[in-house]
Design a protein around this ligand. Structure first.
Ligand code: SF4
Length: 346
């Protein structure tokens, strides 16, 4: 790898700094994402994991500055894409950055594809929107080949209802990558698909990451998906990051009790089949967070008089990673993980 290439990889492609997102205005505003920072480098897949209501999808919308509700807005922080703050761009520049620099795929491809338009035309749409008119057909066929869809010319003429769920998701990925963006944000890209189709889509994303030197921010509720695909992982709970690390140490020895609970869920096939999460209770309603540590009502090792009154900061751990827990350096946290592991099937 050349020195210049190495330098490019050291610089973050995406750098989110201190991002906060509010829904509503004035005194009625609810803070649904609070002071979140993360990075994605070229050629790297980074997971953003949490239960429904944790704020992970709102983070994705904030990065794109494309909120589903006009009441949502970036209240603080920066979203730097190759050094440019997306949150500060004029609407026209932002539209140009979307697609050209960053693409996005979502959970349910059916909602994002026009049922009355052949899929080849839909893949060409971002190219047309960015003023490209030449070589459209060739680029569409190239993208369909890249998505491993056999008989690309025939697929291009088909309508969404003629394709399977997995093929439709491949069409969305093709459209997202049409302008060769450096970053892909994938929000639960496999959740609506059955298990074997999921595996194919994840494999495809990982191949594209390597071949295109693509940075991927993969948003999911499923740590198992992250284990298969990502190099680094960020865990969110109640609008905050609670743990971040590279994948191997986080899976071997999670430090935050919430991460321990998530991992316990995926490693125990019974709880995975029944409820996905073996953590009792549910994420609090957005913006109505408990005092102290937001996880304390569900935490198996919460300490009264500390965890219910004092909010833990996100601190770098010894070695690698960071976590937001008063007790992560005490034996209580390691013991809790040990006990949880002992209840899992070997
Ligand atoms: S700070 Fe307390 S309640 Fe929060 S995760 Fe750590 S031990 Fe549990």
């Amino acid at each position: 790898m050349s020195q210049q290439h190495q330098q490019q990889h050291a610089e973050p492609l995406l750098e989110v700094r201190g991002l906060s997102v509010d829904i509503g205005r004035g005194s009625n505003a609810l803070r649904v994402v609070n002071d979140l920072s993360l990075t994605v480098r070229r050629g790297e897949a980074v997971g953003l994991v949490g239960e429904s209501g944790s704020g992970k999808s709102m983070t994705a919308f904030a990065i794109m500055n494309l909120f589903p509700s006009p009441l949502a807005r970036v209240a603080a922080g920066q979203v730097l894409l190759e050094g440019r703050d997306l949150a500060q761009l004029a609407p026209a520049d932002l539209r140009s950055a979307r697609g050209a620099q960053v693409g996005m795929v979502f959970q349910d491809p059916t909602s994002y594809l026009d049922p009355l338009m052949p899929v080849g035309r839909q893949i060409a749409e971002p190219l047309l929107a960015h003023g490209r008119t030449e070589g459209l057909q060739a680029r569409v066929l190239e993208l369909l080949d890249m998505m491993e869809l056999p008989n690309a010319a025939r697929v291009a003429r088909q309508y969404p209802h003629e394709l399977s769920g997995g093929m439709r998701q491949r069409i969305l990925i093709a459209a997202a990558l049409a302008m060769r963006p450096a970053l892909l944000i994938a929000d639960e890209p496999t959740t609506a698909l059955d298990v074997t189709v999921q595996a194919g889509i994840l494999k495809l994303l990982m191949r594209l990451r390597k071949e295109l030197d693509l940075g991927i921010l993969l948003i999911t509720h499923d740590l198992a998906v992250v284990a298969e695909t990502c190099q680094r992982v960020n865990v969110m709970y109640a609008g905050q990051l609670v743990e971040s690390n590279t994948v191997a140490p986080l899976f071997a020895a999670p430090r935050h009790p919430y991460t321990q609970g998530l991992l316990g869920s995926i490693l125990n096939p019974q709880s995975r089949a029944q409820a996905l999460f073996s953590i009792p209770g549910s994420v609090p309603i957005a913006g109505h967070w408990p005092e102290g540590c937001r996880f304390h009502p569900r935490c198996p090792i919460a300490r009264g008089g500390l965890c219910d009154t004092s909010a833990p900061p996100l601190l770098q751990a010894n070695g690698s990673g960071a976590d937001r827990c008063h007790l992560s350096n005490e034996p209580a946290a390691a013991d809790a993980w040990q006990r949880r592991k002992e209840t899992m099937p070997s």
